[in-house]
Write a protein that binds this ligand. Sequence first.
Ligand code: PXP
Length: 240
Amino acid sequence: MNIDHVASVRQVRRGTHPDPIAAAREVELGGADGVTVHLREDRRHIQDADVRRLREALRVPLNFEIAPTNEMVELAMALKPATAMLVPEGRNEITTEGGLDIVADPERIASVIARLASAGIVTSVFVDAEEAQIRAALVAGAAICEVHTGPWAHAFAQDGGIGPGAVAELAQIERAGALVESLGMRFNAGHGLNEANVSPIARLRGLHELHIGHAIVSQAIFHGLREAVARMVRLVHIER
Ligand code: PXP
């Protein structure tokens, strides 16, 4: 699970609550197999200290999502997360908008992956469901491809379920996953997944891991809001 948005809520007040490390404990208790944080260049949610504390506190593997920049690679090499996940990063984007363009700059990605490997870090690359990108990922030395499911989520929402657009996107992700596997890399997937659209992706053959964030944090608000209000009402009434 990606817990960036726990930090997003904290950063609204620049305080200490809610603490992403406390959230990560709940995430582990909920049964997640791993925790992902994206340390963005602008530090809009997760902070460097969060990643250090998570590295100490987590029982499940830490997946460190980063842009392939020198600053982030050095941080990853010092922190030694279980995996580093390379994503493109646009300063003005609201969330990661597309897969990494490995085809456009294979040497740079290969050199980043080699540096991370020298620190014992396994690298995943976030790619669109495109054959050329997946083949380039292999050449660059990636062990894992996370296939972008955003277009599927978008088509599912547009179609109001599994319509023609969603079927086409699903088929493309399925083909991409089969190629990732056949090339000996691990097939992960993620972005935009929620309780309504996750099942057809979760059924894909060879899928190893799903990476989900926003939908779970959103759902948690509704599961916890009633109790949080009731607790506060009780506290206030004790004083009256
Ligand atoms: N995978 C990658 C590479 C991402 O950048 C994100 C968003 O941070 C996710 C998965 C999770 O996406 P969502 O928050 O939409 O579930």
